[in-house]
Design a protein around this ligand. Structure first.
Ligand code: PMP
Length: 351
């Protein structure tokens, strides 16, 4: 009998349910104008798809390095930042050393660690959804993890952890990955640290700024660290169409993205205000493009009621500490209105 070591693991769960209003995957509600779509189609038509793409995606890296204000040598590209999380989990420390992350957080940290049979040091967040510093330092002293993943802002809770706490944890000598997938909505960053320290790297992604379908994740690190991680990369991991379209989007069409991001930030703040005033609902503050909220009714049933009314949100109530919670991605004003209406109507069902 062949032994398959990962047989008792479960895959990353994605939401495939169809709904009129999908607010479940933290995508940007970017609607490209017809002329932009045509320009993209023209550029894609020029791609020689019988050829391999540029293995180092140099032209895309040039655009990205200008975008982030870093050098090309500071970048490693992944097929989404998911792939980079996996690479880091393989590259940093021996497999019998531990990986630290607060919970609840982005599931890929746990999945990658389990996949590789690495020890997991999972420390629950405090009541304010911030890092529990004392418990974290205790766990780090007990288990000596080598690698830390910190989602900044944290998915699915929404806010950035306190910077001082992150800095204190890093003092314990951990290689620290600051996952800034939602940077464009928080504007808070550890980029300077990543460019000046050997023990800190930053992850960014194009997924949350309107390009989730392209699968482009970006690791930013000091040149020598980036050089080492780049050795992990599977050949040609950024497809030809992704390289071409991402370049166009980050240059010619970037103003459209910026406009959509600022709409989402305004809408996030509006959504938070309205949810705060709704009876039986407690939203958590967010620096991202989604809001976590707890309701006084069973989350599984509320999720179904919303879906019946055509609105899909993410049910995160299965995660430790998030009983009764759902997560809604911020959409366009009319999508958010549809969600608020469906929520109010659903809640009436429970009285
Ligand atoms: N990190 C965090 C915190 C995320 O929420 C996500 C996506 N939901 C990712 C990484 C993965 O992003 P990508 O699409 O680039 O793989």
């Amino acid at each position: 009998m062949i032994s398959i070591r990962i047989k008792n693991l479960s895959p990353y769960k994605t939401e495939t349910t169809q709904a009129k209003v999908r607010l479940s995957s933290n995508e940007l509600p970017l609607r490209l104008p017809e002329e932009a779509k045509q320009k993209i189609a023209q550029e894609v038509a020029k791609i020689p798809i019988n050829k391999y793409p540029d293995p180092e995606a140099e032209e895309l890296k040039d655009v990205l390095s200008e975008h982030f204000g870093v050098k090309r040598e500071n970048l490693v590209l992944g097929n989404g930042s998911d792939e980079l999380i996996y690479y880091l989990s393989i590259a940093i420390g021996e497999f019998d050393s531990g990986v630290f992350y607060p919970i609840p957080s982005f599931p890929m940290y746990q999945i990658s660690a389990r996949m590789l049979g690495r020890k997991r040091i999972e420390v629950p967040l405090n009541q304010d959804m911030d890092i529990d510093l004392e418990a974290s330092l205790r766990a780090i002293k007990d288990s000596s993890p080598i690698l830390a993943f910190l989602s900044y802002p944290n998915n699915p809770t929404g806010a950035c952890f306190s910077r001082e706490k992150i800095e204190r944890i890093r003092e314990e000598g951990l290689f620290t990955v600051i996952d800034e997938a939602y940077f464009h909505f928080s504007k808070k960053s550890f980029l300077k640290d990543a460019l000046s320290r050997e023990d800190t790297v930053v992850l960014r992604t194009l997924s949350k700024i309107g390009m989730a379908g392209l699968r482009v994740g970006i690791l930013i690190a000091k040149e020598d660290v980036a050089y080492e991680i780049n050795k992990m990369r599977l050949p040609f991991n950024i497809t030809y169409p992704s390289q071409v379209i991402a370049k166009l989007m980050l240059t010619e069409f970037y103003p459209l993205i910026e406009e959509c991001v600022s709409t989402v930030i305004k809408e996030r703040d509006r959504l938070f205000q309205v949810l705060s005033q709704m009876e039986g609902v407690k939203p958590y503050p967010s620096d991202a493009n989604f809001i976590l909220f707890r309701s006084s009714v069973p989350a599984d049933r509320l999720h179904v009621e919303l879906l019946r009314r055509g609105v899909l949100v993410r049910n995160v109530s299965y995660m430790a500490g998030l009983e009764g919670c759902l997560r809604v991605s911020v959409g366009l004003p009319e999508e958010n209105d549809a969600f608020l209406e469906a929520l109010e109507d659903s809640l009436k069902n429970f009285t």
